[in-house]
Design a protein around this ligand. Structure first.
Ligand SMILES: Cc1cc2nc3c(=O)[nH]c(=O)nc-3n(C[C@H](O)[C@H](O)[C@H](O)COP(=O)(O)O)c2cc1C
Length: 157
């Protein structure tokens, strides 16, 4: 199976989740590429695509929220998951959306927003889990990487 993991991350936490999912996919025998959204192919050739984004303002990062992330010491690129989903040509690949969130009743979900946008664009998209971070800059919850690798293994099998 060919798998592509497309990621946006401003403080490194979602990037770690993406790598852990990729590890699990590889353990399941998949041929995996992990790529930032800005350099992800617009005509992806893959059986399975995972998109991973940090939750900003209850949904997917936007130009305004990225500005706030930069003010807070984060770094990244103008093109993130939102733009990639808007630009990429939908394929028959199964697309799974995951995110990182701060634990709260009102955290919202970038994965939910990504799934909605992906459906609108014509993808077959599932909403995967939200992985917890302790605050804007992290760190990831203690079990997050293990859970992400297990998700990769199950997606790849
Ligand atoms: C501008 C901004 C808005 C945010 N809004 C939310 C939010 O609505 N809900 C939430 O759970 N986390 C929110 N966060 C925290 C992010 O979820 C957290 O920074 C992210 O998960 C860390 O992932 P990263 O290291 O990959 O950027 C926000 C962070 C920033 C910078």
């Amino acid at each position: 199976m060919r798998a592509l993991v497309v990621v946006e991350s401003w403080f490194g936490n979602t990037a770690q989740i993406a790598e852990a999912i990729a590890d699990g996919l590889r353990e399941a025998g998949a041929d995996v590429e992990v790529t930032p959204a800005a350099s992800a192919p617009r005509e992806p050739v893959a059986d399975l695509i995972v998109v991973a984004a940090p939750t900003h303002n209850l949904g997917l990062p936007s130009p305004a929220s990225r500005g706030k992330a930069i003010e807070g010491g984060g770094s990244g690129e103008d093109v993130g998951i939102r733009e990639w989903l808007e630009q990429a040509t939908p394929s028959a690949a199964r697309l799974t959306c995951v995110d990182t969130v701060v634990a709260s009743m009102f955290s919202g979900s970038a994965a939910k927003a990504a799934q909605k946008l992906a459906h609108r664009r014509g993808w077959h998209a599932d909403r995967g889990p939200s992985f917890l971070v302790g605050g804007t800059k992290g760190p990831l919850a203690a079990d997050a990487l293990e859970t992400a690798t297990a998700l990769g293994r199950s997606l790849g099998s």
